[in-house]
Design a binder for this molecule. Structure first.
Ligand SMILES: [Zn+2]
Length: 270
């Protein structure tokens, strides 16, 4: 536990909330983020870009970054919902990261038509409801995304989202929560994010981890079910948080997932 200064800092930030309605936070774990951005000491590794559904309206790039050392494969998605800009922006940035071990695969604009239109759904409805159990994906786009997942055989999947409200506080909203497959490290991830980036004066913004049923039609559920990947859906919230804070929480979630699963070796907090 870090000691925190309660009085002076807290009072001024609370005043900030009252005035502006949003909170902008400094970065919580620069050492870990630096480890993610810098190539490992053992070498540069290599990277490769391919297209999902090339030549169609859905064409969208997939970035593969191979570390110089063997390790697991992690796949990170942004833009499954096209209007959730924080995950898209974080995923673009993550496509330039350099893991220490294994392979990092990033799809920043998974539903590219929806991203271009700045809307949740694309031409074929909500992409994150198109991966049903024991059936084929429900749209051409979902099939293209799933082909890419099967090709890369990820050990770890992280899908970046944002909600309007806060899980447990606002009915029907799921912000500041991590839903995960039974074998994933959701509790640990929530603890680390709370330690790094959620100040004491925002108690409702502390992250919650929930083990998810794997019977549903969400992309992360399908990856856990079909490939036995350790899978996460990460949800931050627009409630009281500004855009840069949501991006920061998304990039920290990705860095911690990579570290928890052995793609990043350094940095790391608790
Ligand atoms: Zn979403």
């Amino acid at each position: 536990m870090r000691r925190r200064t309660y009085l002076a800092g807290g009072a001024s930030v609370l005043a900030g909330i009252a005035v502006s309605g949003v909170v902008s936070q400094p970065s919580g774990n620069e050492r870990l983020l630096e480890a993610a951005r810098e190539p490992p000491d053992t070498g540069e590794g290599s990277s490769n870009t391919e297209m999902i559904r090339p030549g169609t309206d859905h064409e969208t790039p997939l970035y593969e970054i191979d570390a110089p050392n063997d390790g697991p494969t992690a796949m990170i998605f942004g833009g499954v919902h096209g209007d959730e800009r924080s995950g898209i922006e974080a995923a673009h940035e993550i496509s330039d990261w350099r893991p220490d071990a294994g392979t990092l695969v990033v799809v920043p604009e998974t539903n590219r038509v929806a991203v271009e239109n700045d809307e949740r759904r694309g031409a074929d409805g909500d992409l994150n409801r198109q991966f049903p159990a024991d059936r084929e994906p429900r749209s051409e786009l979902a099939a293209g995304i799933w082909d890419a997942v099967e090709t890369h055989e990820p050990d770890v999947v992280l899908d970046l989202h944002r909600s309007l409200g806060v899980y447990g506080l606002h009915r029907e909203f799921v912000g500041q929560a991590i839903f995960h497959s039974p074998d994933a490290r959701g509790e640990r991830l929530a603890d680390r994010l709370n330690e790094d980036a959620v100040p004491w004066y925002l108690p409702f913004h502390r992250f919650t981890a929930r083990e998810s049923s794997l019977t549903g039609p969400l992309l992360f559920q399908h990856a856990a079910r079909e490939l036995e990947a350790s899978a996460y859906i990460f949800e931050t919230t627009e409630f009281l948080l500004d855009h840069s804070t949501m991006v920061e929480l998304s990039r920290l979630a990705a860095a911690h997932v990579l570290e928890l699963h052995g793609l990043l070796e350094r940095g790391g907090g608790a």
